[in-house]
Design a protein around this ligand. Structure first.
Ligand SMILES: Nc1ncnc2c1ncn2[C@@H]1O[C@H](COP(=O)(O)OP(=O)(O)OP(=O)(O)O)[C@@H](O)[C@H]1O
Ligand SMILES: [Mg+2]
Length: 413
């Protein structure tokens, strides 16, 4: 048995850890020996000063403390044995996606799983890896078998030569290691580090959406992670270093109140559609420095709306520059904590001129609190990657969970 397995009877508990800009989230899932997964607990912890900025660790001690607290909160909620290791994920401007190609000779005359593993092997696909870079994911976009291109599933085909067109996602090794060291310093081993967009896509999107074309955006506190999925695979990723924090800052500046007050009134009374708010509605007065501050809810909504319109323009710009703006018939899927703003779906549909949905973790089962909240989708997506890795490590027949994940597995590995 691998050292990292926390087995309870015939079940194993895995943990996904999202070290985000505004907080650390830990989510646990019980995975049965047959491969069925169920979310059983979560824990959350805020930084005392600010552990991460735009996906990069800027305060190690603060980050370590928040990781410890989030995992301890999670353990208090649902006992899960002695957790010693977790899966995690990252984002950041340092992540890049590049097209590449792998080529292998098919030895046995028929393409096998092993040939596919070899043609997607990092050493094969990126023979001259730049110093200081880490390969996070290799996503096949299509195969060529003996010169015949556009093959989606080459397994079982007679062939002597197999080629794969792939997208290679890489990041700065040191930035990834700094995050992993914080987790190690908190007392946990890191079993795997996923790329945000791919993890979130697994938690949130249906296979059909990925197949037909969809743009997924995780709007967090300090980053917006964008991914375009077409033909079942991720085609383009980008990160914009802005998010819900910007709306909070605008409110604090515009209304001359503290960021703490701004954050609270934003989430409690905010709206992304100023026209839907009655002109005479006021919030309960805010007490600041011995003074009572009265705020009109419509003014609050105007500030929020202006900021979200700007964020949406930046997203549209990324989509246009990617060249895929006409190839996402399934529209936009928004997730992340800042996608929870009241009225956001309507504002987004008006801004993008596309069908928009705001989603939580639709591809998992278990605690409703976790599944419904879009702020959890990175942590649950990380967990799904962990479950997949764990299942591959087990010797055995495909299970029900594996059947559900099979499309995804074949696309990413
Ligand atoms: N109900 C709500 N309405 C509006 N905004 C909300 C709501 N709940 C949370 N937010 C905003 O969501 C953001 C936090 O989202 P999330 O937890 O996804 O961020 P994060 O993962 O910490 O950050 P990042 O992904 O940028 O690293 C904050 O800006 C917060 O103000
Ligand atoms: Mg996040």
């Amino acid at each position: 048995m691998n050292a990292y397995r926390q087995e309870i009877g015939r079940q194993e508990v895995l943990v996904g850890l999202d070290v985000g800009t505004s907080k650390v989230l830990a989510v646990s899932a019980r995975v049965s020996i047959e491969g069925n997964a169920e979310i059983i607990g979560y824990g959350e912890a805020r930084y005392s000063s600010g552990g991460l900025d735009k996906g990069v660790v800027v305060n190690v001690d603060d980050t370590v403390q928040a990781i410890k607290k989030a995992i301890s909160n999670m353990e208090m909620m649902a006992p899960c044995g002695d957790i010693s290791a977790v899966y995690t994920g990252l984002t950041g401007e340092h992540v890049r996606g590049d097209a590449s190609r792998g080529i292998v000779a098919v030895k046995g005359g028929e393409v096998t799983d092993e040939d596919i593993r070899l043609v997607l092997d990092p050493a094969q696909v990126v023979p001259n890896r730049a110093v200081g870079k880490r390969i996070l994911h290799i996503t096949p976009k299509g195969y060529t078998v003996d010169g015949q291109s556009n093959i989606r599933e080459p397994r079982g085909m007679l062939a002597s030569r197999l080629e794969a067109d792939v997208h290679v996602f890489s990041c700065e090794e040191n930035i990834a290691r700094n995050l992993e060291r914080c987790i190690n310093n908190a007392g946990y081993e890191v079993l795997g580090t996923s790329l945000s967009q791919i993890a979130v896509g697994n938690a949130v999107l249906a296979d059909e959406e990925k197949e037909q074309g969809v743009c997924l955006v995780d709007i967090g506190a300090g980053t917006m992670d964008i991914a375009v999925f077409i033909g079942g695979a991720v085609r383009h990723t980008a990160m914009i270093p802005l998010g819900g924090c910007e709306a909070t800052n605008d409110i604090a500046l515009g209304l001359q109140i503290s960021r703490l007050h701004a954050e609270r009134i934003k989430t409690e009374y905010g709206s992304a559609l100023a026209q839907m708010v009655a002109a005479d509605e006021t919030l309960p007065p805010i007490q600041m420095a011995g003074k009572s501050v009265n705020i009109h809810r419509q003014l609050l909504a105007q500030i929020i709306e202006a900021r979200y319109r700007e964020l949406f323009m930046l997203i549209e710009d990324v989509l246009t520059k990617s060249g895929y703006q006409e190839r996402v018939p399934m529209g936009m899927v928004l997730t992340g904590g800042a996608a929870c703003m009241n009225g956001l779906k309507d504002l987004a549909e008006e801004s993008f001129h596309r069908h928009v949905r705001i989603l939580g973790s639709v591809n998992l089962t278990g605690l409703e609190r976790v599944l419904h909240d879009p702020a959890f989708t990175f942590a649950t997506g990380i967990l799904m990657q962990g479950i997949e890795t764990c299942m591959r490590n087990r010797q055995g027949q495909p299970t029900r969970m594996l059947h559900r994940l099979q499309g995804w597995i074949s696309k990413y590995f």
